[in-house]
Design a protein around this ligand. Structure first.
Ligand SMILES: Nc1ncnc2c1ncn2[C@@H]1O[C@H](COP(=O)(O)OP(=O)(O)O)[C@@H](O)[C@H]1O
Ligand SMILES: [Mg+2]
Length: 332
């Protein structure tokens, strides 16, 4: 459960003059990693504070998102696809760390690794190459039991449905199937009631596996790296989401666009986020994930950052994302 200091932690502190409670509780960044500072920690204090409090990186008032209330019972789960056909934008990092942050709040969370690279599995300490059965078998073999393939992780409340390179064959093998776009939805049906949130880590493509994730999902989260070409390809992604909504899954919503790898020292990062806001308005989530080597470090340790470096601003950022999504009604 997020503590009080993390709850009050803004994504961007106005140069140490912050009136925000809890700002003093942030641990000092290591001297060799100025990039560990979170969004907004640049020299523009006037842009960050108004009479009511803090503003987000595009100047919207930033509320303190409340700690999610404990749940009396679990399920049915809301399925969220983490989607961007560009690689290296933070899909897997967000799946793991958002999942861990929601699990910390007592949510029962299932991560579905839906990328043949298996990075979400590996990032949680599950070696998918040693497994006989993965999500691939569930897609291809009717009658396979999803409960027998789900693996629990070292993080309480967090389970993973692993994938490995076998999954790369599914794209081709599913083409001839009846209802080939809704195979993942069928696979997840028996466990939807057991989880509060199911996060699907998609591979970097808009192929049949991703269409399966979108068909199974209630919502889509789009991580966007804060760099110049970030918006390239997003129009095609949105078009794909709209097609899936029209033809296969009318309930599908874009839950939000998450700016990742934000570097508060560069004007460039701010400009990218401003462009995203112009294009997508309030679909741009207020939480912004800063760029920090702690994320790759945590992957090497095969732990979510909330476990690897629980007080790091990167961990606080994913806790804030969890609270923001709950506050928006996108997660239980
Ligand atoms: N906020 C961040 N700051 C720095 N590095 C990050 C951040 N988010 C992700 N990374 C690193 O960038 C690489 C790609 O991220 P990943 O989550 O695997 O992207 P995707 O799943 O979209 O391909 C990984 O090495 C990851 O550790
Ligand atoms: Mg990935």
């Amino acid at each position: 459960m997020a503590d009080v200091s993390s709850r009050a932690e803004p994504q961007h502190e106005p140069g140490g003059t912050s009136p925000a409670p809890g700002a003093g509780a942030r641990p000092a960044a290591p001297p060799d990693s100025p990039s560990d500072r979170q969004a907004g920690a640049s020299s523009e204090p006037a842009a960050h504070v108004d009479a009511l409090g803090l503003l987000d990186v595009v100047g919207r008032p930033l509320p303190v998102f409340p700690d999610p209330a404990p749940l009396a019972s679990h399920g049915p789960g809301r399925i969220i696809a983490m989607c961007n056909q560009k690689g290296g934008v933070g899909k897997t990092t967000t799946t793991i760390n958002l999942g861990a942050a929601l699990a910390e709040c007592g949510r029962r969370v299932l991560l579905v690794d839906f990328d043949p690279q298996g990075a979400a599995s590996v990032g949680l300490g599950v070696n998918p190459h040693e497994l006989d059965r993965t999500v691939y078998n569930l897609l291809m073999e009717r009658g396979a039991d999803v409960h027998e393939v789900i693996v629990s992780t070292d993080v309480e409340n967090l389970d993973v449905l692993p994938a490995n390179i076998d999954l790369s064959a599914a794209e081709v093998q599913l083409v001839g199937e009846v209802a080939r776009e809704s195979v993942l939805a069928r696979v997840l049906r028996p466990v939807v009631d057991e989880y509060d949130v199911i996060l699907v880590d998609c591979q970097p493509s808009l192929g049949l596996l991703t269409v399966n994730a979108l068909t199974a999902a209630h919502g889509v989260l789009i991580p966007l790296e804060c760099e110049f070409f970030a918006l390239r390809g997003v129009a095609l992604l949105v078009e794909t989401i709209e097609k899936v909504r029209d033809r296969l899954n009318p309930r599908l919503d874009v839950d939000g666009i998450l700016a990742t790898m934000f570097d508060s020292r560069t004007l460039h990062s701010r400009e990218v986020v401003a462009r995203v806001h112009e294009a997508f308005g309030d679909k741009l989530l207020q939480t912004v994930i800063g760029r920090t080597v702690k994320f790759p470090d945590a992957s090497v340790a095969a732990e979510p950052i909330t476990v690897y470096a629980p007080n790091h601003p990167g961990a606080q950022a994913y806790r804030q994302l969890a609270r923001e999504l709950v506050a928006r009604g996108d997660a239980a």
